[in-house]
Design a protein around this ligand. Sequence first.
Ligand SMILES: *Cc1c(COP(=O)(O)O)cnc(C)c1O
Length: 430
Amino acid sequence: MDEIYASLGLGPEVYAFGGKVLAGLTGRFAAIDAVAEYNQAKVLRAMQASRVSGACFATSTGYGYNDLGRETLEAVYAAVFHTEAALVRPQITCGTHALALALGAVLRPGDELLSPVGTPYDTLEEVIGIRPSLGSLAEFGISYRQADLKPDGSFDYDAIRAAISDKTKLVTIQRSKGYATRPSFSVEQIGELIAFCKSVKPDVLCMVDNCYGEFVEMREPSDVGADMTVGSLIKNPGGGLAAAGGYICGTTACVEACARRLTAPGLGKEVGANLGQLPAMYQGLFLAPTVTAGALKGAVFAANVYEKLGFACVPNAAEPRHDIIQAVTLGSAERMEAFCLGIQAAAPVDSHVTPVPWPMPGYDSDVIMAAGAFVQGSSIELSADGPIRPPYAVYFQGGLTWYHAKVGILMSLQKLYERGLVSLKEIKNE
Ligand SMILES: *Cc1c(COP(=O)(O)O)cnc(C)c1O
């Protein structure tokens, strides 16, 4: 084992340190496996109940009328998420698109959107118009309000109650922390928040940005009252195999509105060729529970490694997980670059390139991204990224297998270690 790792560029000090950390994680890993086992059965049952057959894998082109595979896949997603309906399409280009679609589908001029969990994910700022942008909801006369979290990361129910008005049509709840160092929310917490919002205003709609959260727990936000649960197929539910796409699972009324927004009024779900993407979308969903479990083990391992070295981690080494993202506050741009270099060096694709910060569309500061992925930008694959701004936190996620996630984390440490950016003494003290 030492030898094969040495051949990857991993020194004995870092490898031995990793081994010691890992020895303490047996119980955590068993709990992750139990959730994966449950979710595997849930996905399997959904595929059986929806009568998935070989005919579902056929390619459709053009309008894509009467696409059995597309309709069955949407039935499978609805069964997994326990919703009335689902829209699952390769034409939904990414997570931001899925969220923008859901917002644009149900909001009308004069309506107000509320985020009761503070500022939403960076790319949504332009969608909503928090940062002015051509085509934003603000340009269509849709206003926005937010209630910030309390300093301890909990919901500020008084502020939320005060923010809900006659105009409030939709509440958007982001499950995962995104590029913030607040905690991610459990499905149970999301359920409490939805129940609270609906107790203040019974007809308000609740949407959950479920990116990175799928299959981390036994339940999804749609099990606790969300009208729309939204995510990206190049994150957890695509299982690393889906080449592109997004999903919206929810009530028939909401999903129909989304379908009409994606295609056109009058067309809705009836059109949308699958372009040969369905086999990967089905098989990826089938693998998603175990792929997510591998990524979760990587996240837990990373938190335990970096916390021992004195870096603040969100979630911390011991906390339960509600998504696959691990934030590590490295405190400097230099360390962020070394960390990302290690993740990149551990990739199966593009391991020879050096990640450099760049002004990524949709983000308001330079972002560094390390990813050597089979699918471009896929963050269920081993990846790390973060905006170059204080507190200089890197967000680590993914790994199609736990063993690959392990190599990636150890390689990130190797690069920090080689550049003298972590103290060897602390490693030896272990
Ligand atoms: C990734 C992500 C998005 C946006 O997804 P893209 O596919 O990058 O557009 C939105 N919200 C959260 C919480 C995310 O993690």
